[in-house]
Ligand binder design. Structure first.
Ligand code: PLP
Length: 415
């Protein structure tokens, strides 16, 4: 950062202290990861300067010969990685990708059937405050009270009742695998488009650690910065018959100029994801996640659905009598970054919540394994149940030392 430090010490200072923060604590936010230096190099490149509205070979600006190459490579790599007919790599984010899917398949006022936010869905899946319910008729499904997994019978019942144009599977707090075959059958029964928002788990699909939604869904949208470990961005893959509709919906319906530096970074990331090392990583993420959930369960912090098949678990803190908000605060003071999260049928308000969500993408990138997950389960449990959120609490200090030991042995962005 030497040149930046010289010109703008304020912002250089933020970059340096953020790197210190990343290195200094445990990063357990399920939607975060640590991109490689190769991805970050593409992101910080002069491709950021280039306007390239349109698609490779069909641009509205001159001078696109070089960025065309980057986008073509990104498209081909995404298609190969996911076995997809078509890929659009221009969405700026997961929410932008989702807007484009609505734009491609739905008119204002038409019905979408999606998992509701309090049950594990995402804001863009029809939450009250989002465009997705302001412009469309959003019907929400949830989870079964007993199993806490998706209530497929309810999905089928609501699909028959509301005849949605689109049925959406996926969400932000779903610890279990999704039965794509069942969703496909329900969509076919009512003549709906089947859309999967795979933002959270697409990295596990890329790493061949869990089944892919691509053979079943008409369209799959995703973010590229979660388990996948690419730049902060989005993408869409779909069946050939929807290719034109998706491309038109991304540009010019929803977006202007694509971010060519980010597209280049996505291409780098897709190449990384096709390696045996990444496939091992994806499997390790799940093994770590399961070990962490088991460790917490053994200490009385209950994973909803009884465990996890993925990179994340959703933990119910009602058994230890602590709210999600307090747990987040206490963990934060101890150097453990995670987030409070509503659990299914949560009696608390969303900004208090009865649960926390923990994910293993970042700590696995740092090289931590099963032994370290046992330590992490222990420090989370102690932080939640034995501390008060103040930095000078004795137990908080003890936990901070344990955290420091872990992140020193498994550094983020090793020097
Ligand atoms: N879809 C799902 C399932 C998500 O979890 C998220 C973000 O967490 C998004 C979409 C939105 O992605 P972004 O924050 O990049 O807009």
């Amino acid at each position: 950062y030497a040149a930046l430090e010289f010109f703008d010490p304020d912002i250089a200072g933020v970059l340096i202290s953020e790197l210190d923060r990343l290195r200094g604590g445990l990063q357990l936010i399920a939607s975060e990861n640590m991109s490689s230096p190769a991805v970050l190099t593409a992101l910080g490149s002069t491709l950021s300067n280039k306007y390239a509205e349109g698609y490779p070979g069909r641009r509205y600006y001159g001078g696109c010969s070089e960025v065309d190459k980057a986008e073509e490579i990104a498209i081909e790599r995404a298609k190969a990685l996911f076995g997809a007919d078509h890929a659009n790599v221009q969405p700026h984010s997961g929410a932008s990708a989702n807007q484009a899917v609505y734009g491609a398949f739905m008119q204002p006022g038409e019905t979408i059937l999606a998992m509701s936010l309090p049950m594990g869905g995402h804001l863009t899946h029809g939450a009250k405050v989002s465009f997705s319910s302001k412009w469309f008729n959003a019907v929400g499904y949830g989870v079964d009270k007993k199993t806490e997994d998706i209530d497929y019978d309810e999905v089928e019942r609501l699909a028959k009742e509301h005849k949605p144009k689109v049925i959406l599977a996926g969400g932000s707090a779903i610890p279990r695998l999704i039965d794509f075959e069942r969703f496909r059958a329900i969509a076919d029964e009512v003549g709906a488009i089947f859309w999967v928002d795979a933002a959270h788990f697409i990295g596990l699909v890329a790493g061949k650690a869990i089944p892919s939604p691509v053979p079943y869904a008409d369209v799959v949208s995703f973010t590229t910065h979660k388990v996948l470990r690419g730049p902060r961005s989005g993408a869409i893959v779909c069946k050939e018959e929807h290719a034109k509709a998706i491309d038109k919906a991304v540009f010019p319906m929803m977006q202007g100029g694509p971010q060519m530096h980010t597209i280049a970074a996505k291409a780098v990331n897709f190449k990384e994801c096709a390696t045996p090392e990444y496939q091992k990583y994806a499997k390790d993420v799940i093994a770590n996640s399961q070990r962490l959930a088991e460790g917490l369960a053994a200490k009385g912090i209950r994973p909803t659905t009884g465990g996890t098949d993925t990179h994340l678990s959703l933990l119910d803190l009602q058994g230890v009598g602590v709210t999600g908000a307090d747990a987040e605060l206490r963990c934060d003071a101890a150097g453990i970054t995670l987030n409070k999260n509503a659990i299914p049928f949560d009696p608390q308000k969303p900004n208090v919540a009865s649960g926390i969500r923990v994910g293993t993408p970042s700590v696995t990138t740092q090289g931590m394994g099963l032994e370290e997950m046992d330590v992490i389960a222990d420090v989370i449990h102690r932080a939640v149940t034995e501390t008060d959120g103040s930095a000078d609490n004795t137990v908080t200090k003890e936990i901070r030392e344990q955290v420091t030991d872990l992140v020193t042995r498994f550094p983020a962005y090793p020097r």
